[in-house]
Design a protein around this ligand. Structure first.
Ligand SMILES: [Zn+2]
Length: 217
């Protein structure tokens, strides 16, 4: 099972017919935020696989579920595949999505205080426990935009990571936390960090993750 995870930057050779040759064996595309719809739509239609995504701090507000014509028309972000604030099952994988970044502007969308993100996680707890009872594990992958605190994050107001994510991985022990938001400018920058059983990966601008088959039971 292969995941193509993307974030923050359009990569030219993915936004081309070459994507089918290079990534034709990918089973699922995961968007970790701050990417244009046309790019994600192109890649999933070329690969003919499902898309799950969370919004980044530069994405437009998510339309409410009862809005007419979800994701259609000028500039409206796609609602389809958006797992922000949800726990879902996709291709046998249990995923949770927590988009957005730390709040650094009072009027910013998809921005949360440390306490605000902790409350969003609390809201996921019943479904995570249901997974634990049903599947014997809370989840496989936490999909986020921002990183945990102290892991691939930075000290400037917009790039501080969420402490609640550190607590999440300690408590719910996903196999992966996939995030974006932390742009990588240096070749020696650390982009993969192991925290207990969880591999924290900064997917910027893209990364293929090969996950061994997982069966419910
Ligand atoms: Zn961001």
């Amino acid at each position: 099972m292969k995941i193509l995870a993307l974030s923050d930057q359009v990569v030219e050779h993915l936004y081309s017919p070459l994507v089918k040759e290079r990534f034709g064996d990918v089973d699922l595309v995961v968007g970790c935020g701050d990417l244009p719809d046309y790019y994600l739509d192109y890649i999933v239609s070329m690969l003919n696989v499902p898309l799950t995504l969370v919004p980044g701090n530069h994405d437009l507000p998510t339309p409410s579920p009862d809005a007419e014509g979800e994701g259609e028309g000028g500039g409206t972000p796609r609602a389809c595949g958006n797992i922000d604030g949800m726990v879902v099952e996709e291709r046998g994988l249990l995923l949770a999505g927590l988009g957005g970044s730390i709040r650094y502007r009072p009027d910013g969308v998809h921005q949360y205080t440390q306490g605000g993100m902790a409350r969003r996680i609390l809201a996921l707890a019943p479904r995570l426990w249901w997974n634990r009872l049903r599947y014997g594990r809370f989840l496989d992958i936490l999909v986020t935009h921002a990183p945990p605190r102290g892991i691939h994050d930075a000290e400037d107001p917009a790039h501080v990571g969420f402490e609640a994510f550190n607590r999440f991985i300690a408590r719910y022990r996903p196999r992966y936390l996939l995030h974006g938001h932390a742009h990588v400018y240096r070749h020696d920058a650390i982009t993969i960090t192991q925290v207990g059983p969880t591999t924290v990966i900064n997917v910027y601008p893209y990364r293929v993750i090969d996950i061994e088959g997982r069966h419910a039971g």
